[in-house]
Design a binder for this molecule. Structure first.
Ligand code: NAI
Length: 295
């Protein structure tokens, strides 16, 4: 209650970011969002037109609301990093400040210090993505250097960048969380383009950042390894329905994963209830990760 959160990676009400926002709102936090620049317009329009009203409903009768909504592109750290073709692109031209450092400054100016940082974004195969290589659907063996580095940039370094910029404006006792996937450690054919590599980096960085930011800012850093969810990003990869079916058939807990189950664990991990948990990768996947031979 009374905590302030910044969540990067919400563009509709279907993904994990939204579910985390909802769980944090249920717990009384004030929430600001960083929405990917090309997705901002449609998100704000849909929000205004009431498209999300059903999923905005909170258990206390209130509605999920956002203190601030910022345009954001997590592959750029400073304005100097933004290439000409992005700066002048019609989706970016009117957006104002959207790089990680600028958003941290805007958050600091608008809401002051914050307690919670959420990273719920990944390199997507959307064709309109300018900076990201659309290679998520390619096997690693066919992934270009450019595509691989784009996956790392959007999905892994973006979290390092956020910790660099938001760490200094976090209150001691605060916490950060990201989302990862088991393809980092086990082979998931189809999770390509360097995304498996990017998740491995994200998980390793979770530990190093937990140490460094823990000492420097007295904040905790954890990641959630989530089971399959039919979000927009996952649908773009293409085999999410197979993954959901596979999980349903083979996990110890035989049910479909709800985004809210991940949201609730995220809210726990960033809360004082988890004050001694840091550098941890927490599976929220109906237990699928423990299975060796799936039967
Ligand atoms: P989603 O599509 O709801 O969220 C991804 C978000 O990232 C989107 O809102 C997109 O606009 C944003 N984004 C993409 N590039 C960006 C950039 N350069 N700057 C700022 N924002 C950017 O999909 P989902 O699945 O909820 O993804 C959230 C996280 O969960 C990701 O890290 C994903 O890898 C992870 N995850 C997803 C699983 C799934 O089955 N859906 C399973 C395990 C982890």
């Amino acid at each position: 209650t009374g905590k302030k959160a910044f969540i990067a990676g919400v563009a509709d009400d279907q993904g994990f970011g939204w579910a985390i926002a909802k769980a944090l709102a249920e717990a009384g936090a004030e929430i600001s969002l960083g929405v990917w620049v090309p997705a901002l317009n449609i998100f704000e329009t849909s929000f205004r037109r009431g498209k999300f009203d059903e999923s905005r409903k909170l258990s206390n009768g209130g509605m999920l609301d956002f203190a601030h909504i910022y345009p954001m592109d997590a592959v750029f750290d400073t304005p100097e990093d933004v290439p000409e073709e992005v700066r002048t692109n019609k989706r970016y031209a009117g957006a104002g400040a959207f790089t990680v450092s600028e958003i941290a400054e805007r958050v600091k100016a608008d809401v002051g210090n914050i307690d919670i940082v959420v990273h719920s974004l990944a390199n997507g195969p959307e064709v309109h993505s300018l900076a990201n290589g659309p290679e998520v659907t390619k096997p690693l063996l066919e992934t270009s250097r450019k595509g691989y580095l784009a996956a790392m940039s959007a999905s892994s370094y973006s979290f390092v960048s956020m910790m660099q910029r938001f760490g200094p404006i976090m209150n001691p006792g605060g916490a950060a969380i990201s989302l990862t996937y088991i393809a980092s450690e086990d082979v998931i054919p189809g999770y390509g383009g360097g995304m498996s590599s990017a998740k491995a980096a994200l998980e390793s960085d979770t530990k190093v950042l937990a140490y460094e930011a823990g000492r420097k800012y007295q904040v905790r850093v954890n990641t959630i390894s989530a089971g399959p969810l039919g979000s927009r990003a996952a649908k773009a990869i293409g085999f999410i329905d197979d993954m959901i079916r596979y999980s349903y058939a083979n996990a110890p807990v035989q049910k479909e994963l709800a985004a809210q189950e991940v949201g609730n664990v995220a809210a726990f991990l960033v809360s004082p209830l988890a004050s001694a948990i840091t550098g941890h990768c927490c599976y929220v996947d109906n237990g699928l990760n423990i299975m060796g031979l799936a039967m």
